[in-house]
Design a protein around this ligand. Structure first.
Ligand code: NG6
Ligand code: CA
Length: 505
C-alpha cells in the first residue's frame, strides 16, 4: 500500500498541477489553436523605436514585445509603399505580379481577386474567426463605388468575417469609417459623393481656401478640406459620418479591445492596421508635445500607448499564452510627406531610418527594411535574429503553425525563425519600390539600373535610381555607401541572373 501511494503520488500531483495550470490559463488552454494578431504600423521606420536603437524617443510598449520576443534585424515589408506591402502580406504574393498594386486612390476597385487565396481565407478555412480593424488601402468595389449602399467586394469578400476600416489612407477621401461594407454613421439624407478628378460645385478646397486650414499642405493634399485638413480627392456630403482625426487611434483601439473580448472563446486572427505615423499626423491632445519632435514623434508615442493598452486587454482576458503577435510596418519612414507639420524642423537628433539609406518610396534599405517583431508569451524566447524574413512569408509560416495547407504562392515557411528556433530565414527576396525591383540575397543587395531622379525633391529621399548597377554588401556596409558592382563582377552576375530568374527579363 505504501508502495502504491509512493507510486501514485507523483501521478496525482502532476494531474493536479496540469489541471490547475489549465484553469489559471483560462481560455488559453481551451483553444487548441493559437490566436494570431498582426499589429501593422504605417510608415514607421527601422530606427523609430527605442528597441531598434532610437535614443530620442521611448517606445516602451513596443519594446516590451521586442525585448521579450524575436527582434528581427533583417525583417522586410515587400515594398516601400503601403498598398503593395499590404497586398503581399494578405496574399503571400509578390505585388509586382499584379500591375495594379500601386498606391491606390480612395476610389480604386478591390485589388485582391475574390477568388485569390489569402491569409484570412486560409485562417477561416481552419476554424478561425477573422477581422481587420484599421487602414485597408487595397481598394473597394468593382469600379464605380456608391458609398451610400453596401460597398462590396471588400475585406469581407477576401476572407475577413468582420471589418472596420478606413478605405484608403488618412489623407485620402472618403474620410469615414466603413463597418462591414457600410459607411458608419451615415445620414441617408446627406449622401456621400467622391471624385478624384473634379471638385463638387461650391465645395472649399485646400488650394482655394487656405483660410480654412488648420494644417497647411506642402505638396499634393490640396483638395477637399475635412476637419481643417486638406486631403487628396474631393468629397461632398456624409457630414455625420466623417471621422475625428484626433480620436482615430482611440477609436480603432476600442474596436480591437472589444474584438478580442468578444471573440476569445474561439481562435481568432486579428489584423490591427494602425494609421500612425502616416500623414496627416493628428495626435490626440493627450500626446501633443509629448515627444518634443512635433506631431510625427507624438503619434509614435500614441501608437506605442495604444499597443500597451491592447496588450493589457490581452493579458486581462488571459490570451497572452495562446497568441502569436507579429509587429511590423508597411514601409519605411518619411518626414515631409505633403504637409507642413514640423516633422523635419523638430526632428533633432532622431534618425527614423536608423543607419539605413533611403526611406519610404526608396529601393535603398530604409524603404523596405522595417521593425519586425514576433512575440508569444512563454513560447518565444527573447532574442535578436538576423534571419531574412518578409511579411509575405506570414501566410506560409502561419499555415505551418496552425497545421493548415497553404496555397502555392511566393510566401515561404520561415516559422522556425519567427518562433526564434532557427536563425535561417529565406535565402533571397525581391524588394519593390514604386514598381522598381531589386534583389536581396544573403548579405548582398543588387539594384539594377533605373532612370528617374536620384532624389525625390518633394520628400527629400534618395530613391535608389542610378544609371549604373548597384551592388552592396549589407553585412559590411549597412548604409550602402560602397557600390561594389564594378569591383565584384562575378557577384553582380550571380545576383543579376538570380534576379532575372525570379523577376523575368
Ligand atoms: C502619396 C502621397 C503621400 C502618401 C502616399 C501613400 C502626395 C503628393 N503624396 O501619393 O502623402 O499619401 O501617397 O502612402 O499625394 S502609403 O503609405 O499609403 O503608401
Ligand atoms: Ca505606408
Amino acid at each position: 500500500m505504501k508502495k502504491m501511494i509512493k507510486f501514485l503520488l507523483p501521478v496525482f500531483v502532476t494531474a493536479c498541477l496540469t489541471a490547475c495550470q489549465a484553469k489559471s490559463k483560462g481560455n488559453a488552454e481551451v483553444n487548441e489553436k493559437p490566436n494570431v494578431v498582426i499589429i501593422y504600423l504605417d510608415d514607421l521606420g527601422y530606427g523609430d523605436l527605442s528597441s531598434y536603437g532610437a535614443t530620442e524617443i521611448a517606445t516602451p510598449n513596443i519594446d516590451n514585445l521586442a525585448n521579450n520576443g524575436v527582434r528581427f534585424t533583417n525583417g522586410y515589408a515587400s515594398s516601400a509603399t503601403c498598398t503593395p506591402s499590404r497586398y503581399a502580406l494578405l496574399t503571400g504574393t509578390y505585388p509586382w505580379r499584379n500591375k495594379d498594386a500601386k498606391i491606390l486612390p480612395g476610389t480604386a476597385p478591390l485589388l485582391i481577386g475574390t477568388d485569390q487565396p489569402t491569409l484570412p481565407k486560409m485562417m477561416k478555412a481552419n476554424g478561425y474567426q477573422t477581422a481587420v480593424i484599421g487602414k485597408w488601402h487595397l481598394g473597394l468595389g468593382t469600379g464605380v463605388v456608391n458609398w451610400n449602399e453596401r460597398v462590396t467586394p471588400g475585406p469581407n469578400e477576401v476572407g475577413f468575417d468582420e471589418s472596420y476600416i478606413m478605405a484608403a489612407t488618412q489623407d485620402r477621401v472618403p474620410t469615414v469609417y466603413i463597418d462591414n461594407g457600410h459607411v458608419a454613421g451615415l445620414d441617408p439624407n446627406d449622401p456621400i459623393e467622391i471624385d478624384y478628378d473634379h471638385n463638387f460645385e461650391g465645395q472649399p478646397t485646400g488650394k482655394e481656401n487656405p483660410e480654412l486650414l488648420s494644417m497647411k499642405w506642402h505638396h499634393g493634399h490640396n483638395s477637399s478640406i475635412v476637419n481643417g485638413i486638406p486631403r487628396i480627392g474631393f468629397m461632398k456630403g456624409g457630414e455625420s459620418a466623417k471621422w475625428s482625426d484626433i480620436d482615430m487611434a482611440d477609436h480603432f483601439l476600442e474596436k480591437v479591445k472589444d474584438y478580442v473580448k468578444t471573440h476569445k472563446d474561439k481562435p481568432f486572427f486579428l489584423y490591427y492596421a494602425m494609421q500612425q505615423p502616416h500623414v496627416p499626423r493628428t495626435p490626440h491632445p493627450r500626446f501633443v508635445g509629448k515627444s518634443g519632435m512635433g506631431p510625427r514623434g507624438d503619434v509614435i508615442l500614441e501608437a506605442d500607448w495604444c499597443i500597451g493598452e491592447f496588450m493589457k486587454t490581452m493579458k486581462e482576458e488571459g490570451l497572452l499564452d495562446n497568441t502569436l503577435i507579429v509587429f511590423s510596418s508597411d514601409n519605411g519612414p518619411v518626414l515631409n510627406d505633403g504637409y507642413y507639420d514640423d516633422a523635419v524642423e523638430k526632428l533633432g537628433k532622431h534618425k527614423p531610418t536608423g543607419a539605413l539609406r533611403g526611406g519610404k518610396y526608396s529601393l535603398f534599405e530604409a524603404g523596405t527594411r522595417v521593425p519586425f517583431i514576433t512575440y508569444w508569451k512563454g513560447k518565444i524566447q527573447s532574442q535578436e535574429s538576423d534571419a531574412l524574413v518578409c511579411q509575405m512569408d506570414l501566410m506560409k509560416s502561419i499555415a505551418s503553425l496552425i497545421g493548415a495547407e497553404a496555397p502555392k504562392t511566393d510566401s515561404e515557411n520561415v516559422l522556425p525563425a519567427l518562433m526564434g528556433e532557427s536563425n535561417t530565414g529565406r535565402e533571397s527576396l525581391i524588394i519593390e519600390a514604386t514598381s522598381r525591383t531589386a534583389l536581396r540575397k544573403g548579405d548582398w543587395l543588387m539594384i539594377p539600373p533605373y532612370n528617374g531622379p536620384a532624389v525625390s525633391k518633394q520628400v527629400n529621399i534618395e530613391l535608389g535610381n542610378s544609371k549604373e548597377f548597384q551592388l552592396y554588401n549589407l553585412k559590411e556596409d549597412i548604409a550602402q555607401q560602397k557600390n561594389l558592382a564594378a569591383s565584384n563582377p562575378a557577384k553582380l552576375k550571380e545576383m543579376y541572373d538570380d534576379f532575372i530568374a525570379v523577376r523575368g527579363e
